[in-house]
Design a protein around this ligand. Sequence first.
Ligand code: HDE
Length: 714
Amino acid sequence: MKNNKNLTNPKLDQLQDHTTDNNGEKLSTNQGLKINNNQDSLKSGERGPSLLEDFILREKITHFDHERIPERIVHARGSGAHGVFKLNQSLKKYTKAKFLTEVGKETPVFVRFSTVAGFRGSTDLARDVRGFAVKFYTEEGNYDLVANNMPVFFIQDAIKFPDLVHAVKPEPDMEIPQASSAHDTFWDFISLMPESMHMIMWLMSDRAIPRSYRMMEGFGVHSFKFINSEGDAHFVKFHFKPKLGVHAVAWDEATKISGKDPDFHRRDLWEAIENGAFPEWDFGVQLIPEENENDFDFDLLDPTKIVPEELVPVQLIGTLTLNKNPDNFFAETEQVAFHPGHLVPGIDFSNDPLLQGRLFSYTDTQLSRLGSPNFHEIPINRSINTVHNNQRDGHMRQQIVKGKVSYEPNSIGGGCPFQAMMKEGGFTSQAERVDGNKVRARSQSFVDHYSQAKLFYNSQSEPEKVHLQNALIFELSKVTVPAIRERLVGQLLFINKELASIVAKKVGVDVVKLKQPNASIPADADPKNLQSQEREPSVPNSEALSMANTIKDTIKSRIIGFIMENGVNAKEVNGLKTKLEKEGAMVQVISGSLAHVKADDGSVFEPKHSLTSTSSVCFDALYLCGGKESAKNLLNPENKAGTLLFVNEAYKHCKAIYFGSDTDQIYTESNISLKQHEDSAIIHATEKNSDNLFIKAVTNHRVWEFEQQRNNPA
Ligand code: HDE
């Protein structure tokens, strides 16, 4: 299936007016002049100099010279898709936003996923936060939910954002490292910012190396506000929960995928949509009546805190589906301009000081990136609601507004365009009472920096804890200044002593020396009145924080590598392929070369990859196809190393592996045969119901609980 051609979507209809198709057309200049020769410039004689009057050459080269615009200062590397948001449950009691009140209503969306630190050409698999920015094209105007795949942030106040970003970006003298937080300046800053510790737990978890954009959660991070038609306010936290569960790759896989296929996430999103495996999320809200603002032992305005789902459950109220790839990356994904200040009536901001700063930054950054205050007229950014106002002119103005009048009040234009009353959809800010002294200060209610970091760590499964420890060890091992490593381990002591000791041991820090609270933080780096103390979280454990609790009973869109050679058992292969595809998985054939594979019954299979062109890290599970001849060929001198590397790596990365009939020799020669433990994800065709056992194992994604045994077989 090539995208979804049968969509009725007012945004896509609008984009049609700006879309051209060169199919069957003649080449022309930008002025519409047909071009007769696009091979040679105009010269004075065949071997003579080019002529200045060659307007065709000049136009082409000039346009080329100006093809680049500044990349986003953060979130430069991204991928986008069109889709639809459908409301399943009305929130009328809480908000007057129309797209959240009319059950069954479908609102077009454009979503852009991104990494944060890397440049536009960097790898998708960097350890990083992922952006999850959603533009809802509502009938009341654009509403942007500019979210991340982690529910908290590094800092509490916008004034620290440039410091944070400067610290994580490549170091300014040598511009190293690319798309990585594993370096001195990042950890220097973090070790001096205790408020970042909760976010650091998320960043060091496998959430920072997702298996797919389609398998990530999305969070609005800040508390926003819902306002209903009576003017009553609720705090609201936004959540997207993927229907496929939340899954990650192993760090070792991430580093290898970065080499084998640095576009892994981009390709995954594109191919899933092209294949009709449309990514879906439940959209949910946590609602807190305004009068209950102070019911928690943290501040709802503090963006380094979650509201544990045990305290306020997430109500799932709608479905987000991505069903169409963009037609043009630059025109759509690169030029889309998000802004947390793009609101509709019924939604408002809270006073979160991080959010408040964002409200300034996003328009400012679009001006520098897109170059004009008319960026809202770029097709992907246009509202589907018509725009009527007295703003005029500016670079690249597209809209032709009729009439003499561009001011208000006016009589010549009959007073148009009119202000809208509230009942006509006119936006009004919440009439919140605000009263205070002008102070440059932080609230004492923001001071606890460790309790939710502890909550996150305590809520992880054992394998998740090990991965988090290893991530910290990897990152801190790249830090060349011992004092920074010490300071950071000093911070970990407030979160979990065992975690601190495990990391300390590997990064050369003497943890015993550090046991004084905050002993390692210079007094002038952490203002006295903001000293945070170790503190127990409001709930001891939160199920929603562990990815291990999100496994769904599905193998939809998992990529299963079928390794085969000539002589493969066609009946067995086709039988399994049909079963897997019926469940929505994607089968890809891998062979010694790209030549057609001849099966035992004379039929042929077409390999998508050869053993050398791909690697096990690009697959979710493996099937060593049945057939004596095929198994023998996979172990011939040409293929043996590739076959065994595939199998051994998949084993190491905790994937499900299925040995088809007559593949015992491959099993025996692989590292798997060394195993001395029960491993439900290694399946042999000789087992009863082996196909179903394999499907069950793929459902579990990875068997992280066997990781220790798989990697230490003796
Ligand atoms: Fe952003 N952020 N941000 N951010 N952010 C940008 O805007 C900024 C923050 C997020 O796919 C920039 O158009 C400040 C939190 C996403 O186009 C810029 C602060 C969250 C994207 C900017 C934050 C985000 C951006 C760069 C702290 C999660 C990508 C390009 C005060 C809720 C959107 C651009 C896309 C992009 C500023 C913090 C999410 C510079 C000043 C918290 C998903 O304006």
